[in-house]
Write a protein that binds this ligand. Structure first.
Ligand code: HEM
Length: 480
């Protein structure tokens, strides 16, 4: 076993350490990670060391082989506290295990296949609403579509017309999250969490209640800059109010539909305190699924359209596949009918992984890439770096959907491609998204041509997801 001192150090990007304030710096750092042959390298956030697994094998150690030895980085929980609370994305331990087990059956391929018609109907509604010669932002349109699909499929609510208000509120909330990620204030917050947590168990008996209360308090981001900004507060309030209304309406209508909302509202309290889950827990789970279920897919769809517009050959192939569907249904779902659109969607997520980093912290000493890391080590798996490794993806900058032909895919390590992560905490919505992406692409391409200026390079912006900066402006042209 190699010692910590033999782990190569990455040069700093700025005074914060490995995380520069601008997206371009952060992406450049991750491209450097992609070029490393060492399994593990070391960077820092302020004074705290951060370890970055570089090879797919080392990423696999963290996400799969030793998944039990890690928790999500506590900073993540703090920063998402007001928006997603203790939903599936942020929860840990028994709460996470119970909730994941309860929801998993609904996200298996067979139950998800029932949603193919909803996906196509929502995409068709969007296609219907467009006009020849209209200027649109493709990213805005894909957000409307993805938000409506997740609302209808999982909660049986229609958000198509509300998408702008909800989307605006979520953008405000997520941009605050993004501004504070890797900020010195968040690091200080996490240190305060650790200190009060330790004192709550180790301080003299009489003082423990005080530290317990202090530790409770620092679970929320109360001391981060801008947390009381009126615009942020009203955005979070709007999202909460819409979710609560959805819960109230469904309770009133009776819980007869076989969908996710019914499952949540009839499930047992995961803590075993009462015979049903609290409205707060239902709300946390619903918001989590609602946000995680559309922001990522919308981003991946917008990049897919952008990349296709810049590659006439790939566009012709994807359009021919869409046309071959005729007016035929996509349901029952048959992935082979949309094999090329699926490859486009996968390649878009390689080049622009919607979530590009998986921050973890070790719970105990653990082996990663043949180094033993101590407990409480920060280990960040860069999805982006894996996707730009030249040994897995020759000419990694090139958009090439045929990288996803089965025989070529079989040559790569499983953890070379991680848009949905891997191991026990992999994305619960993976099958949902992998069906939705190709269906939406094909439905839009069948009807319209999206003219996107091929000379204009759109840069990624690492918002909460890796969004296209300034959107994807396009002019819609009728095909038939
Ligand atoms: C292209 C679309 C999507 C991408 C790229 C994506 C990506 C991811 C990734 C990378 C994670 C792991 C995060 C981590 O471990 O830190 C994750 C988790 C999660 N995703 Fe997705 N996701 C997508 C679509 C969806 C959809 C459609 C849903 C729900 C309908 C969803 C719900 C979730 C939830 C609830 C988690 C947390 C799972 C857990 O920790 O048990 N995602 N997603």
């Amino acid at each position: 076993m190699d010692t910590l001192s033999t782990i190569p150090r990455m040069p700093d990007v700025g005074w914060l350490g490995s995380f520069g304030p601008r997206t371009a710096q952060r992406l450049a750092f991750q491209r450097k990670l992609a070029q490393q042959s060492a399994p593990l390298v070391r960077g820092r956030v302020l004074h705290l060391p951060v370890y970055f697994p570089c090879t797919p094998e080392a990423a696999h150690d963290v996400l799969v082989t030793h998944a039990k030895s890690f928790e999500k980085s506590p900073g993540f929980r703090v920063i998402l506290h007001d928006l997603a609370g203790q939903g599936l994305f942020t929860s840990e331990g028994t709460l996470w295990r119970t909730q994941r087990k309860m929801m998993s059956p609904l996200f298996q391929p067979a139950p998800i296949h029932r949603f193919a018609d909803i996906m196509r109907a929502v995409a068709e509604r969007s296609a219907e609403s467009l006009r020849d010669g209209q200027s649109i932002d493709v990213a805005h349109e894909t957000t409307r579509i993805a938000m409506s699909i997740v609302g209808k499929a999982l909660f049986d609510v229609d958000t198509f017309d509300e998408a702008d208000a909800l989307g605006g509120a979520l953008t405000t909330a997520l941009s605050w999250v993004n501004r504070n990620l890797a900020s010195p204030a968040l690091v200080a917050h996490v240190l305060a969490m650790d200190a009060t947590g330790a004192l709550a168990t180790r301080a003299p008996e009489a003082l423990r209640p005080f530290f317990e209360r202090a530790n409770d308090k620092v679970q929320s981001p109360f001391m981060l800059p801008g947390v009381r900004d009126p615009e942020l507060l009203s955005a979070v309030a709007l999202v909460n109010e819409r979710m609560q209304r959805m819960i109230d309406e469904r309770r009133k209508q009776g819980l007869t539909r076989a969908d996710l909302m019914t499952l949540l509202l009839t499930a047992k309290d995961p803590e075993g305190v009462s015979d049903r889950m609290s409205d707060k827990q239902v709300r946390d789970e619903a918001i989590t699924l609602f946000v995680a279920g559309h922001e990522t897919t919308a981003t991946a769809l917008a990049w897919s359209m952008y990349l296709l517009a810049r590659d006439p050959e790939a566009l012709a192939k994807a359009t021919a596949e869409a046309d071959a569907l005729g007016d035929g249904a996509v349901s029952p779902w048959d992935a082979h009918k949309l094999a090329y659109c699926t490859r486009v969607f996968r390649e878009a997520m390689r080049l622009y992984p919607p979530l590009m980093m998986l921050p973890r912290r070790s719970l105990e000493p653990v082996e990663v890439g043949s180094h033993k890391l101590p407990a409480k080590s920060l280990v960040f798996v860069s999805i982006y770096a894996q996707h730009y490794r030249e040994d897995a993806y020759p000419d990694p900058e090139r958009f090439d959907p045929d990288r996803w032909l089965p025989e070529r895919e079989a040559e790569r390590h499983r953890s070379s491609y991680l848009p949905f992560s891997a191991g026990p905490r992999f994305c619960i919505g993976m099958h949902f998204a992998m069906m939705e992406g190709p269906i939406v692409l094909a439905t839009l391409l069948r009807r319209w041509r999206f003219e996107i200026d091929r000379d204009r390079v759109i840069e990624p912006d690492d918002f909460a997801t890796l969004r296209p900066r300034g959107g994807v402006p396009a002019v819609v042209r009728a095909r038939r």
